[in-house]
Design a protein around this ligand. Structure first.
Ligand code: URA
Length: 432
């Protein structure tokens, strides 16, 4: 009599996880393959995600989930590009224009960067939206053209192809509406599956920490960082995680057009020192990953003397964008100045609140299908730790509607001023 193999059923695997047991490699492969194919439905995947949320995953399960997700779609082969290919990923933030500056800066040292980016959702922005605010910029490229571009000019930032990590596309959308985003094994496998499938040899992770990030505490961010660095190592993709402050917006601008302009100004040497230094430090780590040793002084030179900007212009032009347009100020109809009511030092500018404020102006999406208004957003004249006098400018709000008194009051309420000066570091910890 032949031995009958018991057929796998999603319900049994959900129950297993719900009861705190460990799923095998085979079971995880079966679930993810079935989900990508449509044989495991959304409602069962939601239940599984919630069970994982409460019971967690072992290191082996997280690894298996990551690799099953990688296998669920296309994998990019970057081997035709010479040299060590580096990639960078941020776990999301407010005013995060790092990619726009870091990619051309690193490429200006001859290190190839082939990067796939995503869109913004909720209070967080997305690099693709920022790039699309540049007239003509094409984010969709055929794989062969993407590779050819990096071979020819050393850099490209495009949108993720539809079939890359298909399971993550489906699962991320599901997690977004089932309150299962902020759990370490699911974030780690989501991020690392995309990075592994995108083909780079070395990976820099910017793990944001604070009220504007998924990870609210340094402890959690460190756990996530260690998990992702280990996942990278297991598949021979050297990975470094840099935990960065997201308790206030990054830099001065929030909003697509405004952030492109700030990025350009930083590459013209006109940025605030804090963000300029931060970008130089990240670039040094990304270069280190590519086995290129450069001093902060050399990196700073490339950043402010036009070499990074030239690479950015080359990329924009190659991808069909209008170079002149990157220098264009926002065309928003209204610019509202916000002034301080008391004197002291800026103590808090909560990233989440200002991210949501900018979203309501049209700079971000409440739901995936929302259209964006690229011209709207906020530019801060002051950041945490800066001194401020009553009546001095704190920020300018760019909008295509007149701000109501309530909006102005709400804005001001979120600008916390104290008598004591507090400073915040941009880089909180590095995990290698
Ligand atoms: N970014 C991702 O790509 N995935 C997550 O799950 C969270 C942040």
């Amino acid at each position: 009599m032949s031995l009958e193999v018991k057929k796998m059923r999603a319900v049994d695997l959900i129950q297993k996880k719900r009861d705190g047991l460990t799923l095998s490699t085979q079971e995880i492969n079966w679930l993810i393959e079935g989900y990508a194919k449509g044989t495991v439905p959304d409602y069962q995947m939601s239940a599984l995600a919630m069970a994982i949320y409460f019971k967690g995953m072992s290191t082996q399960e997280t690894h298996d989930l990551t690799m099953a997700m990688v296998a669920s779609g296309d994998q990019i082969d970057l081997s035709p590009i010479q040299g060590i290919k580096t990639d960078k990923h941020s776990t999301g933030g407010v005013g995060d224009k790092v990619t726009l500056i870091l990619v051309p800066l690193v490429a200006s040292f001859g290190v190839p960067v082939a990067k796939m980016s995503g869109r913004g959702l909720g209070h967080t922005g997305g690099t693709l939206d920022k790039l699309e605010s540049i007239k003509g910029y094409q984010i969709e490229r055929r794989q062969a053209d993407f590779i050819k571009q990096v071979q020819e000019i050393g850099l490209s930032v495009i949108g993720q192809s539809d079939n890359l990590v298909k399971a993550d596309k489906l699962l991320y959308a599901l997690r977004d509406v089932t309150a299962t985003v902020d759990i370490i094994p699911l974030i780690a496998s989501s991020v690392m599956s995309k990075k592994i499938a995108a083909g780079a040899d070395r990976i820099l992770l910017d793990v944001t920490v604070g009220d504007g990030a998924f990870m609210k505490t340094l402890d959690d961010a460190e756990k996530l960082s260690r998990t992702m660095v280990a996942l990278g190592r297991e598949v021979d993709r050297q990975t470094i995680a840099v935990m960065t402050n997201m308790s206030q917006p990054l830099g001065q601008a929030i909003g697509n057009r405004l952030e492109v302009l700030e990025a350009v100004q930083i590459m013209q040497g006109q940025g605030r020192q804090d963000i300029t230094d931060f970008i130089c430090e990240l670039a040094q780590i990304m270069l280190e990953l590519a086995d290129v040793e450069k001093s902060i002084k050399e990196i700073h030179e490339h950043l402010v003397n036009g070499q990074a900007l030239q690479k950015f212009e080359e990329m924009v032009a190659y991808q069909g964008g209008d170079i002149e347009d990157i220098y264009r100020p926002s065309s928003a109809q209204f610019v509202t100045d916000i002034y301080a009511e008391t004197s002291g030092y800026i103590a808090e500018l909560p990233a989440l609140e200002f991210g949501l404020f900018a979203m309501r102006l049209g700079a971000g999406r409440a739901v995936k299908t929302d259209a964006l208004d690229y011209e709207t957003g906020i530019v801060f004249a002051k950041k945490v730790g800066d001194s401020i006098a009553a009546g001095e400018l704190v920020a300018q709000v760019y909008s295509n509607q007149i701000l109501s008194e309530k909006m102005i009051t709400d804005f001001k309420k979120n600008v916390k001023i104290s008598k004591e000066q507090m400073r915040q570091n941009e880089i909180l910890k590095i995990i290698r």
